[in-house]
Design a protein around this ligand. Sequence first.
Ligand SMILES: [Zn+2]
Ligand SMILES: [Zn+2]
Length: 366
Amino acid sequence: MATKEHSLYKLVSKDQAEAFAWSFEGPNTEAVLYPFQFPPIRPDEVRIQQTYFGLCYTDCHLVNQDWFPISYPSVPGHEILGHVVQRGDQVTQFQIGDLVGAGFIRDSCGKCKQCIVGNDQLCGQVGNEHLIPIPKFGGFATHVQLPAKWAFPIPNTIPQHLAPPLLCAGITVYAPLKRHFGANKNVGILGIGGLGHLAIKFSAALGMRTTAISTSADKEEEARAYGATDFICTKNQEQMAKANGTFDMILSCASANTVDEFIAYTNLIKSGGDFVMVGIPALTKVELQLPFFALVVRQISFVGSLVGSRQENYEMLEFVNKHKIYPTCEQFEFENFKGAYDKLLNGRPKYRCVVKVGNAPETLKQ
Ligand SMILES: [Zn+2]
Ligand SMILES: [Zn+2]
């Protein structure tokens, strides 16, 4: 059970709890159950009772302070799915009972330059409110309270147990693929894992020529089943040489950590093409080196991409619903959250971990 109390979420006994979270009290610690009461709902917020939520490796990076220091207790989690059970006075777009999802972004101001041009995921004006998982409580909980603006209606035709990862992994790969879309483009998806398997499906469904690029040759059959028309094993020198300079874009869903790896991958890109990064490795363990020569002499663009805007989220969900693009998930019960987290951190889940909340809020009270 939790011992550290958060300044906003009152730690109470189980029978007085409005909700239960899995909380971390320090880096590299086990999650503990945190029965709590929410702070008063803001006029622009909704409270969601979750049906399922997803785990993302970003949560592990945050909890373990791989990127920057955080405060504890911490309840991360940013693949949120459930029904609206309470709404603030200003919320008109949702009714009680509506099924909604939310991802990595908590709020945006709607007024700054980025918001006005539609890049509201990059809003720099909401400080601590920008991201879901910190410093407020995120999705590793039976209930979540967040601004309605960044909650998205989920069509009831999308299977709920497969929906949470779409709100982070899905939008993370859909948005850059769409932004760099071209009908005849040749796209390489680097890494077939939690992000990569979805990226192959999205890229193929968008109609681009899609090649899966992996360190393991035995993933070829699977990658082709997801829609890849070609496959390259990075350890196969012949395949790598043949693909030299053929891609308009590589979407990197794996972390390249050495300059040799970066050079090998950028060699696959046409001059003037793009290397798009959506993952961030543990910055405490990696010293990033860039292939400066290729970047300048062949005008390769190295670009990052952060989840997606609200508009891109709406589009992604519509696209998913039309093309039936779902992640491959392993499912865990709420009570066995630690099993899910451990699998993500130390195992190799195939490919996303999803937790079923079910009637945990009632059974945990007893
Ligand atoms: Zn994520
Ligand atoms: Zn803004």
